[in-house]
Design a protein around this ligand. Sequence first.
Ligand code: FHN
Length: 479
Amino acid sequence: MKKCFYILFLFLSMPLWAQAQTRRASIPLQHGAHRIGNRTDADMERWRQHGLGQFIHWGVYAIPGGFWEGKCYPGAAEWIRSWKEMPKDAYDSLYKQFNPISFDAKAWAKQARQMGANYMIFTTKHHDGFCLWPSKYTDYTIAHTPYKKDVVKQIVDAYTAEGIDVHLYFSIIDWNHKGYRPAPPETRQDSIAYETFKEFTRNQLIELLTDYPAIKGLWFDGSWDKAWMNEAAWVDTLGLELRKLHPGLIIGSRFRADEYGKRHYDSNGDLIDDYDQTWERDLPNSLEDLNGSDWDCVMTIPENQWGYHAEWRGYVKTSYDLLEMMVKAVSLNGNFVLNFGPDGKGNIRSEETKLAKEIGDWMKINKEAIYGTSHSTVQKQDWGYFTQKGNKLYMCVFNRPINNLLKIEIPKGGIIPMKAYFLENNQETEIQNAGKNKRNSSLYHVAVPASYKTDRPFVIVLEMQENTKEEGEYQQAKI
Ligand code: FHN
């Protein structure tokens, strides 16, 4: 009987990716997914358990910070070079002023640790092509700035020392390389130029993996150009080469397209590479949106600013908003990655520092509900989200009901809540049996004492046990 319970519990706690692997249509593909379903190795399992990550967008775009000659660029600050008001030569000379004297990788890593991040993604090169490492394949790098020192190395060393896994962001789009083309080359001259770009990209990627062997993954971006998508076979071969060079390497679904130009999911509907990278500034609403895939959500603090913009306009998310997004992501088996955009001197802005502190304070108390937890099949309720690990259900409460009763509906299947307590202080709280509903699910109310005052989301842990009592099902009325 006990064995049955554990099998049942394991199934209920098993993430959907393990319960239902993806279907495959039958188009023969050479450059589609090379695996059906999610990776099962230890490196990927570690990634899956991270819960919270930090993204950092940093580059020469942080110098203008969204302004040029007093005019404000209304788009994302890291795109300012593409703005008609921005003279390209002026932008391409900004690196001559890049001297981030306040940059302190150890302090950044410490702040990320305190926030509760288990991994980070760092922009080695954004679409402008400026490299924060001294790449030997271009002069447009940190080595040719007044600062000179290798920023990527400092980041990798400092974050790794804090126990935070580093993934390197790399933009395929490179506005600085003469051979870069967005559209497939049509002339012989263009083809020759594009070949130099492909070779350059390959060299840089091999260089990053060789020079920074501690990294865990590559986070690709800017891979939506038709020219790149047209190179399915070449890009696929490159991916296999990178994986061979760096066993365990984690690559998301933005790296390559299949031979029919399908990105993220191939022409058979199978995930390309290791996790779904489509959730940018957006979250799924249910597991049905996720095809059973591993996934991450990358999120900005204002609506759409990744790099440093001196003036954040519009709504700026609060720590409450961001915590809710993180919990929602984790409750759906995803990782939540929060973006920071340091300024041109290397300072993390005060608004971001404040949010990191607030998130970190919450994580200190409640991290058990986040790290290594996954989706629970127990019905979601309007008060918040469930996460689950082993026989514990974590009730992450964001909308406290006026009657202080948190409803729970446990599908018919033999588990019952035995004990409920606040994660912050182990204080027990009452579980009331509320009978069954027409689906024969068991209903319970967990009571929040009226005397419990808080202005933050909180977590109640439910310890579950096997239901050994035989209970009859009541007869349903006919409708
Ligand atoms: O264009 C970029 C953008 O600047 C930013 O880097 C984001 C991060 O995911 N990626 C691209 C848009 O998808």
